[in-house]
Design a protein around this ligand. Structure first.
Ligand code: BEZ
Length: 329
């Protein structure tokens, strides 16, 4: 779907909320929240989006970025978006799955084999179709997806098969779809916010985590969990959201401007993660004390795809539809 198509979908979604569209243009200082810390790529991209917005409007609009959960956790930010107390937020797809089970399809285990295909999925019309349901389900307008890459396993102890995960406490990003994946091996998923992970590893509260290369490097989790399994077991996405009540007050011109600028930074973020993924693994190979098991195939996880799909295929048709899409790549 082109940008025009996207905007039509967004506009239709907002209309579905029966909110007034196309308010008069007026200067505004927007607020955008994220959970990632100030130096994180998502935070930097949000700041760059703000600078572009300001430049494109000759300073009429500006954007203040609130990183590191300054405005609350993702669930709290979603509530603020719904009421219009917050203008924008860039949240994990994992968080959205609580309100929109269809989005869990993006976390289907081994949906894609590599980050290039993850990018194709996130840019697909099918994934955009799910964004079209957000106004009704969350009171937000979903402009575009970005990502943080593929998820790997980081463990304190080496494992020889996925069955060895049994009884292990594995930190996950809170999301039923991710939790189910680990429960299917008898593991004890431990949902926990990003800032709590390092200490939980250091004091032995958890045995490992489900994480991407970017965060593994930034937070040096390998210092306490030196066994990295290159599993690529699911992709981890981000959604750029605008409050539907705020969207309803924007002029058509402002909507187009904000949509285009946001889309550009979603695309750049995706491109950057795709380009840098291999180099990140190379950097991790040099990290002190780390032991990497590369190319851990989906066979390592037995019949997890069938089991997970049987469970989640009941909850959303997008599991089967996403698998069909990927088979067509
Ligand atoms: C996480 O919860 O694991 C996470 C969230 C945002 C960016 C990176 C990781």
């Amino acid at each position: 779907m082109g940008i025009l198509g996207t905007m039509k979908t967004l506009a239709a979604g907002a209309a579905a909320l029966a909110v007034l569209g196309g308010g008069a243009a007026s200067a505004k200082e927007f607020r955008l929240g994220l959970i990632t810390p100030p130096p994180h790529i998502w935070t930097k991209a949000a700041e760059a989006f703000g600078a572009d917005l300001e430049e494109a409007t000759g300073g009429a609009h500006s954007l203040q970025v609130f990183p590191a959960q300054q405005l609350g956790n993702e669930a709290q930010m979603l509530q603020q978006l719904q009421t219009g107390a917050l203008d924008m937020a860039w949240l994990t797809t994992a968080e959205i799955t609580f309100r929109v089970p269809d989005m869990a399809a993006l976390h289907a285990p081994f949906l894609v084999d590599n980050i290039e295909d993850a990018a194709k999925v996130l840019r697909s019309d099918l994934a955009r179709e799910i964004l079209g349901t957000l106004p009704r389900a969350t009171g937000t307008v979903g402009v575009c997806y970005a990502m943080i890459g593929m998820r790997q396993l980081v463990l304190r102890e080496q494992i020889d098969s996925a069955a060895d995960l049994s009884g292990q406490r594995i930190r996950i990003t809170p999301a039923p779809a991710i939790s189910d994946f680990f429960e299917m091996f008898g593991a004890a998923p431990a949902p926990m916010p990003l800032p709590a992970i390092y200490d939980a590893l250091a004091n032995g509260q958890i045995d490992g985590l489900d994480m991407d290369y970017e965060s593994i490097i930034n937070f040096r989790y390998y210092e306490h969990a030196p066994h990295l399994l290159e599993t690529n077991h699911h992709m981890f996405g981000m959604v750029a959201l605008i409050s539907a009540p705020v969207w309803a007050q924007l002029s058509e011109e402002d909507r187009a401007l904000i949509t285009d600028a946001t889309q550009m930074h979603c695309d750049r973020t995706i491109d950057r993660f795709v380009e840098e993924e291999e180099d990140k693994l190379a950097r991790l190979r040099e990290a002190p004390g780390i032991q990497i098991t590369e190319d851990v195939g989906r066979e390592f996880f037995g019949d997890i795809v069938e089991c997970w799909d049987a469970e989640w295929g009941e909850q959303t048709p997008y599991v089967a539809r996403m698998r069909e899409l990927v088979a067509s790549f």
